[in-house]
Design a protein around this ligand. Sequence first.
Ligand code: SF4
Ligand code: SF4
Length: 263
Amino acid sequence: MNMPSRQEPDFESALRFSCTACGRCCHGLRLLLSLSEAVGWLEHGGRVELLCDAAPDMPFAEGSGEAYRAARAVPATSQALPVTVAVLLTAVFDGPCPNLGPDMLCGAYDRRPNACRIYPAEIRPDRRIVPEEKLCPAGAWGGTQPVFVDPASGMADPVTAVAITGARTAGVEDVAGKAMLMDLLGIDQVALANEGYAVWKPASDALLSALRSVVDSAPIDPRPIHVQIISPRAQTRQMIVEAEGADAAPDPARGYDYLPLFA
Ligand code: SF4
Ligand code: SF4
């Protein structure tokens, strides 16, 4: 059973919020999906891409963003360098979500992904909700709106709390399946974490087939995963080599785009 989660770090006073159904958060998005959510999204005609990056496999402080990421990443090696590879399945659409009706209401409300149930809260426990950074109109916050985050007990909205717990749990439970998915899809080049993403774009039918076989199969010990770490920057590639990792320049002919995090 999913237990309500806390939204940390805590607020000094209650954060009040209620969705106004303005629909702004349903446009031009990348929605984070679990493996099973990705199957459903593809089965309903949506598009799914995989954002992949690697970070050195090392101990991180408990509760840190790095530790959260590592617990949900695939153990791998890059030549002699132990790494963890984050494989983020994302629903992608330009403009309005294919499920968004002209009345700005969700046409897939009962099967909407957890990410939709969580916004404008944060999935990661190390991230604080900053209303000014959200798409929600000013009238959605404060005033007489219900308490969204309680300074003492955390997330107060039960739907959001259950969705946060579900997303965090799925992130851990999906690791073995994501390792299988990398193997099935031939994902062997990934970006360096915090520098960019390799955005793998397999054909929807091939991805759905691979996902179904992953979701339907009994858990197995995945084969060892080996990756090259890609970067457009010679300085970064030199650093990867010095760390005894395998480097490469981005090669879109392989079926991915390189998405830099910084200009
Ligand atoms: S699935 Fe529904 S809630 Fe989620 S982005 Fe699409 S329209 Fe919005
Ligand atoms: S942007 Fe905020 S207020 Fe508007 S629909 Fe999304 S969650 Fe609701």
